[in-house]
Design a binder for this molecule. Structure first.
Ligand code: 13P
Length: 254
């Protein structure tokens, strides 16, 4: 059975106190929930990783992830963070390839291919994001675009490496816009991704990888999206910043 995952990407929001408060609220609210086969992940910004992880009393089901990481081991990369630095504070999961990184910080498939190797060489885990922009969807190129993003950044990896990869389909036109992909649109791409993976790595790998949907997931639409057979959870932006909403979204997958 595939692991179900609800992950909150906090993006560049919340100072240290607010991050700790939110993490603690989420933790307290899930205390009474049974969450079998479900992972709950939150991704505060870099400066808040340590205090949230080490100085906040959290239910041990709440996992902490970083939002990005550089591919190099160390060196003259002003403003960047390495795998070793994340590991040194106990962080093992990192979001990579978010469309905001691709769009505003020129993150390329080539850089992502390197970052994936760095993740794997450091025994870490990636939440790898991909998805088409509106023009590509309108031109009906979304399948081609998604396949290209996956093959350019992931297909140098081995089948075994996919045990450390979570995929997150985030159509860019649905991020922060209030416009969600319909459950059918999400399912269509997720099933396609599984087929692309099956063709390259075999059905066992394709069936085992968790594929999350991200883009305007809210308490009101989460259950319907998560009910699709190939949707294994969500990567949540705005609604992950409100404890009640995030917990309702978690309830949507149980
Ligand atoms: P929203 O949920 O705010 O649309 O953001 C989705 C996202 O980008 C998660 O990584």
């Amino acid at each position: 059975m595939r692991t179900k995952i609800v992950a909150g990407n906090w993006k560049m929001n919340l100072d240290v106190r607010a991050s700790q408060t939110l993490a603690q609220e989420i933790s307290e609210k899930i205390e009474k929930l049974e969450t079998p086969n479900t992972r709950i992940i939150i991704a505060p910004t870099f400066t808040n990783l340590y205090p949230v992880y080490h100085h906040t009393r959290l239910d041990n089901r709440v996992e902490i992830a970083a939002q990005n990481m550089h591919q190099a081991k160390s060196g003259a990369f002003t403003g960047e963070i390495s795998a070793e630095m994340l590991q040194s504070i106990g962080i093992k999961t990192v979001i990579l390839g978010h469309s905001e990184r691709r769009q505003y910080f020129n993150e390329t498939d080539t850089a992502l291919a390197e970052k994936m190797l760095t993740v794997l060489n450091n025994n870490m885990e990636a939440i790898f994001c991909f998805g088409e922009v509106l023009e590509e969807r309108k031109a009906e190129k979304h399948f081609e675009v998604v396949k290209g993003q996956l093959s350019n950044a992931l297909f140098h990896l081995s089948a075994n490496d996919f045990k450390s990869i979570i995929l997150a389909y985030e159509p860019v036109w649905a991020i922060g816009t209030g416009e969600t992909a319909t459950p059918e649109q999400a399912q269509e791409i997720h099933a396609f991704v599984r087929k692309v993976l099956a063709d390259k790595y075999g059905k066992v790998v394709a069936d085992q990888v968790s594929i999350l949907y991200g883009g305007s997931v809210k308490a009101s639409n989460a259950k319907e999206i998560f009910s699709q057979p190939d949707v294994d959870g969500g990567l949540i932006g705005g609604a992950a910043l409100i404890a009640d909403d995030f917990v309702k979204i978690i309830e949507g997958i149980l």
